[in-house]
Design a protein around this ligand. Structure first.
Ligand SMILES: Nc1ncnc2c1ncn2[C@@H]1O[C@H](COP(=O)(O)OP(=O)(O)O)[C@@H](O)[C@H]1O
Ligand SMILES: [Mg+2]
Length: 412
């Protein structure tokens, strides 16, 4: 396979490790800097130039986009997606994971632990936002900070207000977050590849520091993640649409709380702590995944005239509750149940004998008119159309299946 690693520094530990691992597995690999690419955006013929010359064909891209290269780095990844090249992480997911507000918003709709967070748009919203997250001490974060820079702990409401106001004046947007004191300067980094946590470590901040970033001198130790933390880490990566991710988790009194999900997680700290060959695991995963090209589900499934993918909630008086899928008239009405979401666990491609329970959410594909008739009354009154689900949800459901589960097109 011809693999291109998109990295602006070929001497970095992670880049070197990935290049060597790919070579050791018999691939041709080249480290290419995103800033040397030019994008050719022509109808039916998206292309790239590298250092001004047509770039040689590659089969797969491993994006290692640094924080200061987010805009153009993701544009280059997106261009490869348009060219039908498999990208280990999709460009939209990289963009979303870079923005702490966007990430927390997306995670918040799922039953997954996150620290209570708020966003204050203007000065007058600072006080109420602080109150909503339970007051001081509070953590204040710049939306696009990394390595702990831009993460502050305000011990009192007065200090919090002053910091937020100052940042607002300087035109910085900040996320206000409940301080999880019991995590005591510690967090967990889970390295997710596909549907597995391949390695995990606990990071402990140095004396007098609440941020446990390795770049700030935190200590690392290998740990074995329990089932709950493993499930949460994989799920968080899937919700974000990332196939390879470094998921940061706080150990709170109420269980795992996701802090952030990194789309180009560093290998040095975690390989050093765990002695696991993560680079090799990434290349081996890439070899498996290349057989599943990206599919734009929205375009393929929902843009067909009159067809839609919807989430059908099974309310107590639903005529479907208690029946198996085969016993319902869904099949006759040419409605396909793609999956059932039950207690936040997804049952992919359920069989016709699967019993539908009250509280289930059925992900269905079919004619819009037929689906509309099935939607519960309240939904019908509120909206004339059935609720079309977001691509994130489709992504999540498909990611949790063992089938082709990639969506390439950028999300709005
Ligand atoms: N709400 C919080 N409660 C307790 N500690 C936190 C909280 N948010 C961040 N931290 C600490 O600060 C570190 C950096 O925060 P994070 O959101 O991961 O930003 P960065 O992207 O800069 O790493 C975390 O690893 C954690 O140790
Ligand atoms: Mg972090």
């Amino acid at each position: 396979m011809r693999i291109s690693i998109l990295s602006n520094n070929s001497t970095l530990y992670s880049t070197t490790r990935l290049r060597n691992a790919a070579r050791a597995r018999g691939h041709t690999v080249r480290v290419m800097s995103t800033s040397n690419f030019s994008l050719d955006i022509k109808s039916g013929k998206p292309g790239v130039l590298y250092k001004g010359k047509p770039a040689s064909k590659v089969d797969a891209i491993i994006p290692r986009i640094s924080a200061n290269q987010s805009f153009y780095g993701t544009a280059v990844v997106r261009q490869f997606e348009q060219m039908g090249v498999y990208c280990l992480n999709p460009s939209f997911a990289i963009s979303v994971s870079r923005d702490k507000l966007r990430s927390m918003q997306i995670l918040s709709r799922h039953k997954i632990g996150i620290p209570d967070s708020a966003f204050a748009f203007g000065k007058s919203d600072i006080e109420p936002a602080l109150e909503r997250i339970g007051g001081a001490p509070a953590v204040i974060k710049l939306l696009e900070g990394t390595h702990g820079a831009g993460v502050m702990l305000a011990e009192s409401a007065g200090v919090a207000r002053a910091i937020i106001e100052a940042l607002q004046v300087a035109q910085h947007n900040v996320l206000i977050q409940k301080f999880i004191a019991e995590s005591k300067g510690r967090d967990i980094r889970a390295f997710v590849i596909g549907d597995r946590v391949v390695a995990a470590m606990r990071r402990t901040a140095k004396e007098g520091e609440f941020r446990s970033n390795v770049h700030l001198g935190a200590n690392t130790e290998a740990i074995e993640l329990d089932e709950e933390y493993t499930r949460v880490a994989v799920r968080a990566a899937h919700i974000m649409g990332l196939r390879v991710a470094g998921v940061d988790i706080l150990e709170s009194d109420s269980g795992p709380q996701i802090l952030e999900i990194n789309s180009s997680p560093g290998l040095e700290g975690i390989e050093g702590a765990t002695h696991i060959d993560i680079a090799d695991a990434m290349i081996s995963y890439l070899e498996d995944q290349i057989k599943f090209p990206d599919v734009d589900i929205r375009e393929r499934l929902t843009l067909n005239k009159g067809y839609s993918v919807v989430e059908l909630p099974i309310i107590p008086k639903s005529s479907l509750a208690g029946k198996s899928i085969g016993e319902t008239t869904l099949g006759e009405q040419e409605i396909q149940v793609l999956s059932i979401i039950r207690d936040s666990v997804t049952i992919p491609t359920p069989s016709s004998s699967e019993i539908i329970h009250t509280g289930d959410i059925l992900l269905c594909f079919g004619k819009q008119l037929t689906l509309k008739a099935l939607m519960p009354e309240r939904e019908k009154r509120r909206k004339s159309k059935p609720k079309t689900i977001s691509q994130e949800q489709i992504q999540e459901v498909l990611d949790s299946t063992e089938h082709v589960h990639d969506i390439s097109a950028d999300r709005p």
